[in-house]
Design a protein around this ligand. Structure first.
Ligand code: AHR
Length: 303
């Protein structure tokens, strides 16, 4: 029998045979915009058909989009899940229809037999890398805040877990609230923090789960009279906005999360269609960026 997902054209399928379903989770951040562009550009370059939709950060919209793709009989589904839980039923439907699913970017809690592979970042490692920065900065301890990503998302869960697993015991997270990975929602969350806690006195730093929320937080901090460097701020993504925030003195480190996943996902999809074996979990190789060479690197940033 053919390996799961092998298409009728296999083992000689080309990109011309491929219809990739990409039910994007939303357009909440610059990271996400770059991720979407990466898939659209790759489809145009390789000549495969991309069935794109934007779920506006709602899981029910993503599930409907996946179901429509199953009905349509696409070759492959590349699914960036907005949250981890609640995918079992629709993944089973795709599996029963013989349509291979690649989980992209964030993770799912569903049984791994329901999808072929996961391609994305090691979110836990990102959180650990952020914790390393706080440990280095505050060897004698500190009080900090956390501005977290979408509740229940693999990115927020992984970063929070990794961060706590590595953070020194003398550094206390005094409060943690979600800004849903958006700049707009981060502003009132930061304002509320500043009403409750005095910057520099009650807390010395903030761990922020993405750059867009970081930029929202900066807006609120500026309005409250906080100056760049008054607080130790570590963000995640490494977008151009994050680089500018390092240049301006607001972020002291930016943990990379690479959104340019289109080429890898396309290549793996074709392999699956041709019945070739693929790895179960492909993690992106990432780093941490610092203010000292942010100005030099900014012009070459692709997102
Ligand atoms: O899942 C990746 C995260 O989602 C990125 O850190 C964030 O910017 C995006 O919204």
């Amino acid at each position: 029998t053919a390996p799961f997902g092998q298409a009728a054209c296999g083992p000689n399928c080309t990109y011309k045979d491929m219809v990739m379903c990409f039910p994007q989770l939303g357009a909440e951040s610059d990271w996400r915009t770059a991720d979407t562009a990466s898939f659209k550009d790759e489809a145009a370059k390789d000549g495969f058909q991309l069935v794109f939709s934007d779920a506006q950060q709602k899981q029910e919209n993503q599930i409907s989009a996946v179901r429509a793709c199953i009905q349509q009989g696409v070759s492959v589904i590349a699914l960036p899940p907005v949250v981890e839980d609640g995918w079992d039923a629709v993944l089973t439907e795709a599996h029963n229809a013989g349509i291979p699913v690649i989980i992209v970017d964030r993770s799912v809690s569903a049984d791994a037999s329901l999808y072929v592979s996961h391609i994305g970042s090691d979110m836990k490692l990102e959180g650990q890398r952020a914790a390393d920065e706080f440990n280095k900065k505050f060897p004698d301890g500190a009080k900090i805040l956390e501005l977290s990503g979408t509740t229940g998302s693999g990115a927020a869960v992984g970063r929070a877990e990794g961060f706590r697993s590595k953070l020194n015991a003398n550094i206390e997270i005094i409060d943690s609230q979600t800004g849903n990975f958006t700049r707009a929602e981060a502003v009132p969350v930061m304002q509320a923090f500043l009403q409750k806690y005095k910057a520099g006195t009650d807390f010395q730093g903030i761990f922020i789960h993405n750059d867009d929320m970081g930029l929202g937080a900066i807006e609120a901090l500026k309005a409250a009279g906080v100056k760049p460097g008054d607080l130790f701020i570590v963000s995640v993504d490494g977008t151009r906005g994050g680089f500018q925030a390092m240049i301006d003195g607001w972020f002291q480190a930016d943990v990379e999360c690479n959104p340019l996943l289109g080429p890898q996902v396309a290549e793996m999809s074709l392999k699956i269609m041709n019945g070739q074996a693929v790895e179960k979990n492909v993690l992106t190789n990432e780093t941490v960026y610092y203010p000292d060479n942010a100005a030099e690197l900014l012009p070459s940033r692709k997102y």
